[in-house]
Design a protein around this ligand. Sequence first.
Ligand code: AVJ
Length: 313
Amino acid sequence: MDGATLPNCDFLSEALAGLGTAPKSMSPKWFYDEQGSHLFEQITKLPEYYPTRTETAILRDQIDTLAGYVPEGAALIELGSGASVKTRLLLDGIGGISTYRPLDISAQFLQDTAEALQTDYPDIEMRPMVADFMTDIAPAPTLSDRPNVVFFPGSTIGNLTPDQAITLLSRVRDWPGVTAFILGADLVKPADVLVPAYDDAAGVTGAFNLNMLARMNRELNADFDLGAFEHVALWNMGCSRIEMHLRSTCDQTVTIGGRAITFKAGETIHTENSRKFTPLTLRDMARQAGWRIAELVTDPDNLFAEAVLIPAK
Ligand code: AVJ
């Protein structure tokens, strides 16, 4: 596997920095320890959480359109690998993919993914690479001896600020040999559909959000009382994003790595933004990063979009 070690991301120092300033915040990347990944898996099956099943249906229904942008012999580079249904839909439905190259921060996860896929796709070369694609990637993960098509599903791009998203798209645009970028993006829709997707009746998303605190207790010797924080999901229309927060229900002090962090009743930790797009905001974002939208396919209800970006002239 390429890039087998990463500089150790410092959970403690980021937690102290994020919780030591007002307003308090944490990066959503800390959601995904083993328990968090399992909870996210459950989220994708919730009746209220439409993105995963909708994007899967789009990929299934529009695979021939997408295949038109994947040259014979191409390498498929996936940002944030999944051994997921979505990956398999592309590998199954697009002929001639020579190489599958998932990028992920977890070497273990990559290893498991590559092994599982290799069994089912013996003719596709597996070239996983450990990389934190949300920050800088050097060297470029593209393969020089073939066309490279990048796949970034799930609307994970919505976790980034507008500036960060443009930076990511620009950087990928500059990787050698990239001929197309297949980007999944969740679309703006009424708040009474958006909010329940992030605040489900069964409370799974709440458990997913609170797991960030449980993880700090496990890994950083913190002493969060999980009963003294509540899950909040809100639609910030001005920024076109769902925000998730953890709200302190009382005045309290928490200790993390020996450091005291105080909370006022009602104060929140901002844990995630999930930006929602329109065809226009997608086009604008792509243009600012040196791409143009060659194709934008959606589901019949216009819930989710799959954009095929190609380098702008
Ligand atoms: C994995 C970032 C696409 O924003 O919908 C799901 C994460 N957070 N429910 C999203 C998430 C709460 C998800 N992404």
